[in-house]
Every structure is written in C-alpha cells, then in structure tokens.
Design a protein around this ligand. Structure first.
Ligand code: NA7
Length: 293
C-alpha cells in the first residue's frame, strides 16, 4: 500500500522500517530532519508526505504533536482526499482523538486510533500489539499494514476507544512497576537482596509481565530508555485527564504522578520509567543490588 509515515522516534523508525521491508511504498517525514528509513522516500513536510497516499500513519510524542502534524502549517489536512485513512499509533488523549476524527470526517477520511504495546523491542521485531478504535471495514483495509508491524490487533470499539484502552493499560503498568520498585527498595533496607527475593516473586502470584520484563534491566542497573520516563508521565497525565473528564478518582495514580514529577526534576526524564527506582533509592539512602538474570 502507499503509506506516509510521520514521526521517526524510537517506535516510529522501527515501524516504518518494517512497513518498507514488507514491500509497502513508504514516504517518511520527521520534524527534525536527517532521519531516514531504508527503502522509503523522505518528504519535507507532513503535507508532502501525505500527497496521494492511501494511509497516513503517525507515531508522535503527544496530543499537541498530533494536532500540529495534522492541522498546523504544512500539515496533513491540506493533502487529505476522499477515501484516505489516518492511523495514529501515538498515545494521546481519547477525547482529542474523537475531535480530530470529527474534523477530518467531512473530507471522507476515516480515523483509526492504533496505539501500541510492546515497546522498542516489539517495534523492532514487528511483534507489536495494536489497540484499535475505528470502524471494522476501515480496520480490515489496514490489516496488511498491521501485519507488517505487529502480531495482534485488539479492536476495542469506535474511534477513541483504542486510546482509552491504551491509557488504562499504562495506568496498570505504572502502578505495577511502582509496587515492584517500592518492594525492592524496602527489601534492600531490610537487608534482603534483590536476587534472593526474585525467585520468590517469580514463584508467587506477585509475578507479572511487567516484573518479568523489567527485572533483568533493574537488576543489571540498566536504566537506558526502552520506554522513556517522560512518556510514561505523559500517559499517567492522559489517564488522570480522562478520569477528571469522566469524574473518576484515581488516588494511587495521583501519587505515582508526583513520583514521576520529582524523578523528572532529578534529571531522569530520558531514562526508562524503571528509573523511578533511583528516586526511591535516594529517599531511602540505599541502592538495590543485583545482577542481570
Ligand atoms: P520518541 O522516540 O520520543 O519520538 C517522538 C516522535 O515525535 C519523534 O519523531 C519526534 O520528532 C516527534 N515529535 C515530537 N513533538 C513533535 C511535534 N510537535 N511536531 C512533530 N513531531 C513531533 O517517542 P516514541 O517513538 O518512543 O513514542 C512515540 C509514541 O508512541 C508516544 O506517544 C508513546 O507514548 C507511544 P523529533 O525527532 O523530536 O523532531
């Protein structure tokens, strides 16, 4: 298919690469020039990238970035024609997603929110899980593209519902990881080493996908970004924003947001969100020791 791919960050670069590898005709654009994708053409603006394509796929940082790429100067909007599809793999506000979709609908353009789970490794290996909101016929048309980048699609409902499901997934990841990090910190202070505790965690109901994925990095003290702390804070804020819009109270997540704010003040924004542990360690005056599993 003819695809414009906008946003070549950690996730987007790998996703666009997999589209090109699968033989799709890909044109890429990134705000900061100099990023290219093997086998794809590079455009000078979102409008130029979107000219004459069937699908515009975005993978951008946040709601403001998606709004400016769609509707800002040299944005996608000017190139939209009847029958085109916009797919968005950024994690952004569900309510803003619905507004964007309403804004482009009069042009005969369908909007499918398609945030992902699977992190950098999933993007690179083409094994992402897509969490999708949009009409079924449009999603059907996108299947060859989903297949090139991922292993599974979950259709949650109409446009916006993919984002809604995604932010409640990350809400859980942030809280589960926080529990793990707090447990390791207290254990260290009580004289229980992480590598002594890990087999017990793994044998018990405490074990989880989050713990299994993060433990080797944490024990190896590798806090380089798989999913940057600043992006997890963005998702925590999206969940709190959606909660406020719908009159839901999330006290645990509000507390975790404070931890992320201070971690960012401490200079950890670009590290992995696992680096919230560094703040707990600082407060406790101890370091969790361990070895990569
Ligand atoms: P990255 O690696 O931080 O990449 C973010 C991308 O978004 C990158 O291409 C940025 O371009 C682009 N960006 C950011 N702000 C803007 C604005 N205002 N206009 C245009 N482009 C922009 O993030 P990931 O790839 O890890 O994640 C992407 C999304 O997936 C995010 O929503 C996650 O939560 C899930 P740059 O290179 O900085 O010019």
């Amino acid at each position: 298919m003819k695809v414009a791919f906008l946003g070549l960050g950690i996730m987007g670069h790998a996703m666009a690469t997999n589209l090109a590898k699968a033989g799709h005709e890909v044109t890429v654009w990134n705000r900061t020039p100099g990023k290219n994708v093997e086998g794809a053409r590079t455009a000078a603006s979102p409008a130029e990238a979107a000219q004459g394509v069937e699908v515009v796929w975005m993978c951008l940082s946040d709601t403001a970035a998606v709004e400016s790429v769609l509707f800002g100067a040299n944005g996608v909007e000017t190139s939209l024609t009847d029958g085109m599809i916009i797919a968005d793999s950024s994690t952004i506000s569900p309510s803003a997603t619905r507004h964007f979709a309403e804004r482009i609908a009069p042009k005969g353009v369908k909007y499918v929110d398609s945030p992902v789970t699977g992190s950098k490794t999933g993007a690179e290996s083409g094994t992402l899980i897509f969490i999708v909101g949009g009409d079924e016929a449009t999603i059907e048309k996108l299947k060859p593209l989903y297949a090139a980048m991922g292993k599974k699609i979950f259709r949650i409902g109409e446009t916006g519902k993919g984002q809604s499901a995604k932010i409640v997934m990350n809400l859980q990841i942030a809280l589960i990881y926080e529990g793990f990090a707090e447990a390791l910190t207290l254990a260290a202070k009580l004289g229980v080493e992480a590598q002594t505790l890990m087999p017990l965690i793994q044998a018990s109901m405490v074990n989880s996908g989050v713990v299994t994925y993060k433990a080797p990095f944490v024990l190896g003290r590798d806090f380089s970004a798989n999913f940057p702390l600043k992006l997890m804070r963005k998702d925590i804020r999206l969940a709190l924003e959606a909660a406020k819009e719908s009159r839901v109270k999330l006290p645990g997540l509000e507390t975790v947001e404070d931890i992320y704010d201070v971690a960012i003040e401490d200079g950890h924004a670009d590290l992995d969100y696992a680096a919230t542990l560094l703040l707990l360690e600082k407060w406790a005056g101890i370091e969790v020791k361990g070895q990569a599993a």
